[in-house]
Design a protein around this ligand. Structure first.
Ligand SMILES: N[C@@H](CCC(=O)N[C@@H](CS)C(=O)NCC(=O)O)C(=O)O
Length: 219
């Protein structure tokens, strides 16, 4: 579908932007990719702070309307573009999706953001930073394994791709660089393999973005 008024402020390596890319792809929406280079701190530039005063990616422009935060954006897309619904109708399944999303976006991802890791690295060294990342990814992943074990089918909350999957895949991808022992999380490992078969997920992968490069992060 053509929705040429959509512009996504993204960076290839950002898991939150990655989530929105998957949602846009699943819904078949075209968009203009606007790169905000986090390695060069472009998110702090005055022109970007006008788009998102918090200085985070992602942000979405839909014509004159500007919206930031991956959850707000995916919910907006879900309501505006009902094709390929991402939330189940079943009340309990829908609530489970919200819980998974919150485990990721409120209880895990904020603890492993670039500024936090970079602060730990500067003040405590690389080993401490890596063990911090392992601890907090591990805590979130252990909880997700338990939470999803009685609900997962082909995907996280059943046999259909839902919003939980759209948030789960990017954090699994982002944590790969920390070489976490994923054998402790067999369900998440299986889901990660399943996502790699879905074209909308493949298209959203960091290495398939126009701003992808093997560069040095500022961590
Ligand atoms: N709650 C926000 C978090 C966004 C976020 O943490 N974005 C990171 C990249 S994944 C970012 O822009 N970091 C730049 C910084 O922390 O300076 C969302 O879900 O969109």
């Amino acid at each position: 579908m053509t929705a040429s008024s959509l512009q996504l402020y993204s960076f290839f390596v950002s898991s939150s932007a990655h989530t929105v890319r998957i949602a846009l792809n699943l819904k078949g929406l075209d968009y203009e990719y606007k790169s905000v280079n986090l390695f060069k701190s472009e998110q702090g530039r005055p022109e970007y702070l006008k788009i998102n005063p918090l200085g985070y990616v992602p942000a979405l422009k839909d014509g004159d309307f500007v919206l930031a935060d991956s959850f707000a954006i995916t919910m907006y897309l879900e309501e505006k573009y009902p094709e390929f619904p991402l939330l189940p109708r079943d009340l309990k399944k829908k609530a489970l999706n919200y819980q998974v999303i919150n485990v990721i976006t409120s209880s895990t991802q904020p603890l492993i953001r670039i500024p936090i890791l970079s602060y730990i690295r500067r003040n405590r060294g690389l080993d401490e930073m890596i063990s911090w990342a392992h601890e907090h990814y591990g805590k979130g992943y252990a909880a997700l394994e338990i939470l999803l074990k009685d609900h997962a089918g082909k995907y996280a909350t059943g046999d259909e791709i839902c919003l939980a999957d759209v948030f789960l895949e990017p954090i699994l991808t982002a944590s790969q660089s920390y070489k976490i022992d994923m054998s402790k999380y067999p369900l998440l490992s299986r889901l990660s393999k399943a996502y790699k078969q879905v074209p909308a997920f493949i298209k959203a992968m960091p290495e398939n973005q126009p701003d992808f490069y093997i560069g040095r992060s500022r961590i």
